[in-house]
Ligand binder design. Sequence first.
Ligand code: NAP
Length: 277
Amino acid sequence: MNTVAVVTGATRNLGLALAQGLAGRLEPGDVVYLTGRDPRRVGEAVEKVTAASAEVRGEVLDVSDGDMVARFAASLGGRHGGADIIFSNHYSRVEPGDDPAEVVDRYVAVNNLGTTAVLRAFAPLLRDGSRLLVVASTAGTLHTLAPVLHARFTGLQSLDDVDAAVCTWRDAVRERRAAGQAWPAWINIPSKIGQVAAVRVLARQRRASDLRRGILIAAVCPGLIDTGASRPWLDMTRAQTPAQAAEALLGLALGPHPDPGWYGELVRFGKVLPWSP
Ligand SMILES: NC(=O)c1ccc[n+]([C@@H]2O[C@H](COP(=O)([O-])OP(=O)(O)OC[C@H]3O[C@@H](n4cnc5c(N)ncnc54)[C@H](OP(=O)(O)O)[C@@H]3O)[C@@H](O)[C@H]2O)c1
């Protein structure tokens, strides 16, 4: 059976490098969906992919539009009968000069509600041996959060619970109550924790059956990458290029026997980052 892969937010940087890597390493007859929110940028990104063995299809997919995500997944399921590799990679940026209260709605709509939309839509399509990988970061563990807030992200039972927890934080940011509740100023941190919490909840629901079927669902940390998303915030001296950062993630997606210990966890360079202290 041919392999079907999807990358969200694939119009530049890590997402484009993941699509390029899949296109070069999969085989003729396989299909890589290079997706993004903007039709022109999707077309330009498809043109940038070189030496593809698999077919690369550009698709407009704005993950903040839950109906669009569901429609795309349904049409992909109809066309191919399932999916084998999903990278949930999209990212809506925040700049140091942004007022968090002004940008948090968009930020959460893409980075969190967009991610749970992808998980809901694509998890039912996963074939035996498939991989559903959410690109998160080292920020996505409870170590980065004040202990008083840990309970907000533990004991969650469903993706709806995760969305509700994230939206409670989002509303506090929008209404300028977040600092008084010990939330970190950089909105990337609770957002990434919300992504990892979503992966953990979905994995808990599916664990026994997925492990039996060789399916890996995990959050992944690519390490520091020199892109416009991180450059304004972090020292780039030791940052990877997007192509370098894509390597470990492609290994998780394409390697034959995923470590069962990775299932439902946040994985960085093959090692699990503990969720809680
Ligand atoms: N950079 C780092 O150091 C670093 C470190 C750890 C983790 N990560 C994670 O790695 C991932 C990629 O990071 P990056 O640095 O490559 O980010 P980036 O350069 O900002 O690229 C983000 C991608 O997401 C797309 N996107 C934005 N809004 C979207 C939407 N509504 N629907 C679909 N796609 C959308 C962007 O499209 P446009 O081209 O249209 O804007 C772009 O293709 C993110 O999840 C990030 O948090 C990055």
